[in-house]
Write a protein that binds this ligand. Sequence first.
Ligand code: ASP
Ligand code: MG
Length: 449
Amino acid sequence: MTKIIVSKFGGSSMADAVAMKRSAGVALEHSANLVTVSATYGTTNNLIKLSELALNSTWEECEVVINEIVEKHHSIARDLELVDLTELESLLSEVRTISKGINLLRDCSAKAFDAIQSLGERMSSLLFTRAMEIVWNGKKPVENFDVRRVLRTDDQFGKAQPLIGEIRLLCDEHLAKCKTGEVVYVTQGFIGQNEEGHTTTLGRGGSDYSAALLAEGLGADILQIWTDVAGIATTDPRIVPSAKLMSEITFSEAAELATFGAKILHPTTLTPALREGISVYVGSSYEPLAKGTWIRRECSEAPLIRAMALKKDQSLLTLSTPKMLHSHGFLYEIFKIFNQHKISVDSITTSEISVSLTIEDSTLLNKKLITELETLATVNIEENLCLVSLIGNNINHTAGLAGQIFNALGDINVRMICLGASKHNFCFLVDEARANDAVKELHHHFIGA
Ligand code: ASP
Ligand code: MG
């Protein structure tokens, strides 16, 4: 049986007609059954900028950004010799109409914001379908498929949660033809639809996640994530230029790596793949022949430290109160507040009368949250910290590891440590000013170079 393959191409693989044709060639080379695409490079940012201008500024300023979006898509359409422009024009006029509505009402609801952002993927998939037709040259019929027919989500606009059960049923119902290989579908990442038929988005960078959900829905064997770097590196090469590309990494390690700052994959991408045991390949559409990285349930080797990541802009909240002494339910009360604010906590450490925790994004620190926490304890906030994570195997059962880490760090002050909870992760907080040094020293010690 031939394998079912879902391929996802990110914004840089959609940058212009040349990049699109190159990506279409990669999809052909691998006989992709379903191709999921991001918006063209920079377009989601432009649509967000447009909605902000529409909300706060003049229509003239909006028109400047609209023209930029129109020009970019027209130019790709021209280069791909797209003859029938009806659908593209109708999407471009949707960009105009929604932003006009926001501008007139001076109101941009979460629903409107998702509607406008969805246009990036809807336009790029249309253009990419044309690129596929050119490159596949009749080898298989290529069709543009509206992903909202199958990617059912809840109502959390901007961060919608997929409804897996329904997605599976809808994929069975609507995607059978690409599964059997009769056609290849080109579809949109990042967007979905709620029960009432309103467009939702899965959050920034969500196209990877969409592709994984579709791979799960299709029962695919392989999910390919094509980007502009040939695989996952041992750390960010901008910090350590000698960082190496890894040929393989396990789901658990890759998930930690993505959650703890590596920009390579959207952190939730791997959940559907892991659930179904779908192997994930990360490669570069610019260098399709270069060896990429395989993410699998099990790898041939399980090194103690395989990779490391850095997560910037961390805030450390320390809550202290003598009331915690020998009491119960205190953490429950604290986490209830974070839950009400829908804020995810990255790492946590406690002593008898205090608890320290970091949150995923310092912009989420708001007055209301702090005031509510202050009803329970004194709250101390430290900002401009970075979370450094070492990712590998058997980390919590290896004697002498902490000693090696602190030796390598020399005089770099460590603010908080999390060790023990995960076999795959050791993380700690350092001052932003020393974070790159910390990664360099640790990379040198554990991975070499
Ligand atoms: N276009 C969306 C974004 O830029 C989704 C994605 O590219 O994954 O966030
Ligand atoms: Mg992306």
